[in-house]
Each structure stands twice: as structure tokens, then as C-alpha cells.
Design a protein around this ligand. Structure first.
Ligand SMILES: [Zn+2]
Length: 143
């Protein structure tokens, strides 16, 4: 079953996370949240995609919008995988990933239940904001 998120739904989504509706946010949200299956992307991929649509959204705006979505909890940012740029995930719920060091692909690990955070005390003055599980794999082909 395929259902699409309609524009009013995206505006409603923005409202629930206190994001003001702007053209750039709406445009990018349509790209990111309309596909029914969550996916992973880099800002570079997204910018290429946007360029194909001949939009006038600047690179700086794309960075700002993605940062806003990340801070609002609509996306999750996965830092420092391989040597590359951060990868963003349109599924903000905690889940584990495979990172293929040969291809640079990040994929979800299916049927893996995230463990509870072990009882650790973060350094004084800091707080834990998340836990990533990324299993590095190698081999396979790019496609
Ligand atoms: Zn994921």
C-alpha cells in the first residue's frame, strides 16, 4: 500500500515540531518525507537531486534546512561513517546499520532490536543524547 504525505500533512508535521513553514523547508520535506520507505542520504546527494529539478535553493539553505530537520527530530544524522560526510536518515527512530566500507553504502539491519543503553555515566558536564550501532562490513558491489 502506497500513501503519500500531502502538503497539508507536511505543514502539520512542521507545526508539531515548531518549525515555521518556508518554501525551502516544504520543498525539501517533499523530497525527504513523501517516499513511503525511509532512506539514507548525504547532503551532496540531496543537492544533486535538487539541481536536477532546477530549484534555486542555495547550498547554504539546504544545509540549514537539514540541520533544522535534524534538530527538530525529523531526521537523524549519522556522523563519521568511513571518511565521508555525515549521512542522514529519514527514519528518526533508533535502529542499527551496516556500513559497507567497500561501497560507502549504509543500510538498515533488519530484525535487530536495539539494546537498552548500558548503565554508564557520561563525563561531568555532558549528557548522553543517543547511541548508534553501526556494524562495518566489506565486500559486495556498488549496486
Ligand atoms: Zn537507517
Amino acid at each position: 500500500m502506497i500513501t503519500e504525505i500531502q502538503q497539508p500533512d507536511i505543514e502539520q508535521l512542521f507545526l508539531t515540531v515548531n518549525l515555521r513553514v518556508t518554501f525551502a523547508r516544504l520543498f525539501i520535506a517533499n523530497k525527504l518525507f513523501k517516499p513511503i520507505t525511509p532512506f539514507h542520504f548525504t547532503i551532496e546527494n540531496l543537492v544533486k537531486d535538487l539541481r536536477n529539478e532546477d530549484t534555486k535553493i542555495s547550498l547554504a539553505t539546504v544545509y540549514n534546512v537539514i540541520n533544522d530537520f535534524n534538530e527538530a527530530g525529523l531526521l537523524q544524522r549519522i556522523d563519521r561513517v568511513g571518511n565521508g560526510a555525515a549521512i542522514y536518515d529519514t527514519d528518526p527512530d533508533p535502529h542499527a546499520h551496516f556500513f559497507n566500507v567497500s561501497t560507502g553504502n549504509l543500510t538498515n539491519i533488519k530484525n535487530f532490536e536495539m539494546p537498552h543503553l548500558p548503565p554508564v555515566t557520561p563525563p561531568i558536564g555532558t549528557r548522553i543524547i543517543g547511541m548508534d550501532i553501526i556494524l562495518r562490513i566489506q565486500g559486495g558491489s556498488k549496486n
